[in-house]
Design a protein around this ligand. Structure first.
Ligand SMILES: [Zn+2]
Length: 347
């Protein structure tokens, strides 16, 4: 009999990635298939894009629909309820209130000629599931994942390998908790955040979204830096910081060191709630194509140094803070893994 596979569909606003895992959780291929989500063409086009993408992935890997034992769908939030989009940034306004779970499930049943189990969840949380499986190996360690990028994605994965969703699917939304920046010599008004909270969200101090505010703050300490007088658009200035940091620019390094320290203190704060044995740091700064090994090592070390004084004594020597491994593949693999875990009765 041919082997069962579990499909992962990771749908962003512009592209959808497809991958699959076997029954033991190993990936079918490390080559992810990427296709346009077609969200600008409406709901039916998106469902069509997902179904044909799965078909294409199966064909590429000499698999058939008959082998598919379950499907996972990873989508960005926020949601009205399970599998139903709320008003979501970057997606058409008409998608608010769309029950993607039911529509995808029906389309999968039609295509496969039988009901297929479908699970649906937050893309960041599913990414955490995949990184956690890799990071914990054969242990039962729980894993906290933090992904600084344009915003701060976060996930908590428990001993059962599944992510904490929470009662309103906002579980482990750790980016919008207040940051203890007073410990790092930053006074004045808390930074603003896209979520609207005024308590100084961690996201504003650790991600691209807050870089304009951080740059303004740090230029006060580097008044002679060329960015102080540059007339380039602010977006261009802040996006140049990562490249500058790789070349040893003092202002840029100060900014990323600061971000890492905020993240470290946040790791300690979150350890109060989750007590995770492993903390995985992902996101763009850990991208091997975008940053140097030296930069990544420095960033990780600053996180560890900042976290340590605030951890409980037994955690100080046991908590592992490590970089993510899977990059952009994690959310598709995670979706497939969650489908597999559910088929095994974990939920
Ligand atoms: Zn916020």
């Amino acid at each position: 009999m041919s082997k069962k596979v579990f499909i992962g569909t990771d749908s962003g606003a512009t592209t959808t990635k497809f991958c699959a895992v076997w029954e033991d959780g190993s990936t079918v291929t490390n080559k992810v298939l990427q296709r346009s989500t077609s969200s600008e063409k409406g709901r039916d086009a998106v469902i069509h894009a997902w179904i044909s993408g799965v078909g294409e992935f199966l064909a590429q890997n000499s698999l058939t629909w008959a082998q598919v034992a379950g499907v996972g769908l990873s989508i960005p939030g926020p949601y009205e309820r399970y599998g139903v989009w709320s008003k979501t940034p970057n997606l058409p306004a008409s998608f608010a209130g769309w029950d993607v779970f039911t529509d995808y499930k029906n389309a999968l049943a039609k295509q496969a000629g039988r009901e297929l189990p479908l699970v649906c969840g937050n893309d960041g949380n599913f990414g955490g599931v995949a990184e956690a499986r890799l990071a914990r190996g054969h242990t039962k360690a729980s894993v906290l994942m933090l992904m600084p990028g344009s915003g701060l994605g976060a996930a908590f994965v428990g001993a059962d390998g599944l992510c904490l969703d929470g009662d309103t699917l906002a579980g482990a939304e750790c980016g919008h908790m207040p940051a203890a920046v007073h410990l790092l010599g930053l006074s004045g008004k808390p930074f603003t955040c896209g979520c609207g909270r005024d308590w100084g969200c961690v996201e504003a101090y650790t991600t691209i979204s807050g870089l304009p505010q951080l740059l303004a703050e740090f230029l006060k300490r580097h008044p002679a830096h060329e960015l102080a007088t540059s007339t380039a658009p602010i977006k261009e200035k802040v996006l140049s910081l990562r490249t500058r940091a790789q070349k040893g620019d003092a202002l840029a390094l100060d900014i990323f060191d600061f971000q890492a320290r905020v993240m470290g203190i946040h790791v300690a704060n979150l350890s109060m709630a989750f007590d995770a044995g492993i903390v995985v740091i992902g996101g763009g700064l850990m991208d091997h194509e975008a940053t140097t090994p030296e930069f990544r090592a420095r960033y990780m070390e600053k996180i560890r140094e900042a976290a340590r004084p605030y951890l409980w004594a037994p955690q100080k020597d046991t908590v592992k803070i490590i970089p993510a491994e899977l990059g952009e593949l994690s959310q598709a693999i995670g979706a497939a893994l969650v489908a597999m875990y559910h088929s095994q009765g974990r939920s």
